[in-house]
Design a protein around this ligand. Structure first.
Ligand code: HEC
Length: 302
């Protein structure tokens, strides 16, 4: 009888058993051995199963061997001859499929395809296109027909223009959420003057609603200072203005707006204020603070 210790035994002893042991949260070899000793019945069961598997495996091999020999003898081939090893008993479906798909012509039929050209011992055969290639080609033709029908003659698939519109809509949403995110990161250090008319109009509306009570409708100043002259108590750069609006000058009666206006709104109203310089509305409040000349400013207005 052939040896019992076949690959199955090796598999069980060196792979499955340690795997099972480690799955029991036993990490080191010592622990594994301890575990094996303490669970001798499980180990014994494993060995028994391995033994049975080995036996079955061997029997299966014997049967296969027997059939192979019978087949070869029936074909008149000596089963012990070296060329017997080359004989294929039953071609697997995958190799059959490949033979078909590749359109391989058996060697003995190659003569029929020979075009009679030979270059350095290489003969030219008139092989037809391999079926796998042809079927792929047919598939693309069929696919294009379905595609054309689906996207052109039914309302199911979006047209190119619709797809474009959808993309644009999506981009618009993404842009809005990006700008919103951006807007909240604006502070006195990075704020820039807005030049867009619609944004300045929004700034004006914010001014009328919140600031006009103290700074006058035109920014000419009442309780709060005149915002139309070039004199500033807290500086005339966009950064200075934003800062005053954000933190206020509480003890002097200027509110800190950061709790009521979001950064984008403070940027809009501050930008609007920069447009008031030199507008000279009626009844201006006397200038306060220091002269600020934008042309002399070291702040780069982007
Ligand atoms: C309750 C009255 C009041 C309201 C409302 C008010 N301010 Fe003021 N603001 C003042 C006062 C008072 C000062 C002067 C602070 C000081 O003397 O330091 C001032 C100062 C300022 C300054 C600085 C001016 C300078 O000369 O440096 C800016 C800019 C300003 N306010 C913008 C705004 C904006 C924008 C709003 C609306 C969002 C607003 N203010 C709403 C009372 C107000």
């Amino acid at each position: 009888m052939k040896s019992y210790f076949k690959s199955t035994h090796l598999l069980v002893t060196f792979i499955l058993l340690p795997l099972f042991a480690t799955s029991q949260k036993v990490s080191v070899l010592d622990d594994a051995l301890n575990w094996a000793f303490n669970n001798i019945f499980i180990v014994a069961t494993f060995l028994l199963i391995a033994l049975v598997f080995g036996k079955l495996w061997g029997t299966m091999n014997d049967i296969t061997e027997y059939h192979r020999k019978a087949f070869l003898i029936a074909k008149g081939i000596d089963p012990d001859a070296p060329e017997a090893k080359e004989v294929v008993l039953r071609e697997s479906w995958i190799s059959k499929l490949w033979t078909y798909a590749a359109g391989l012509v058996p060697k003995e039929k190659e003569q029929d395809l020979d075009l009679g050209h030979e270059y350095d011992g290489i003969r030219e055969l008139d092989n037809s296109l391999p079926p796998w290639w042809l079927w792929l080609f047919y598939f693309t033709i069929a696919f294009s027909a379905v595609y054309l029908y689906y996207y052109t003659f039914t309302d199911k698939g979006p047209r190119q223009a619709e797809e474009y519109a959808m993309e644009m809509e999506n981009a618009e949403i993404q842009k809005a959420s990006f700008l919103k995110l951006q807007a909240n990161t604006i502070d006195e250090s990075n704020v820039e003057i807005l030049k867009d008319a619609p944004l300045l109009a929004e700034g004006k509306a914010i001014f009328k609603a919140n600031c006009a009570v103290c700074h006058g409708n035109e920014g000419q100043g009442t309780i709060g200072p005149n915002l139309t002259d070039n004199y500033w108590k807290h500086g005339g750069t966009i950064n200075d203005i934003f800062k005053v609006v954000k933190y206020g000058v509480i003890e002097k009666g200027m509110i800190a707006w950061q709790t009521q206006l979001n950064p984008a709104a403070m940027q809009k109203v501050s930008s609007y204020i920069t447009t008031l310089a030199g507008t000279s509305p009626p009844n201006p409040k006397a200038a306060e603070g220091e002269l600020y000349d934008p042309s002399q400013s070291t702040v780069i207005e982007k």
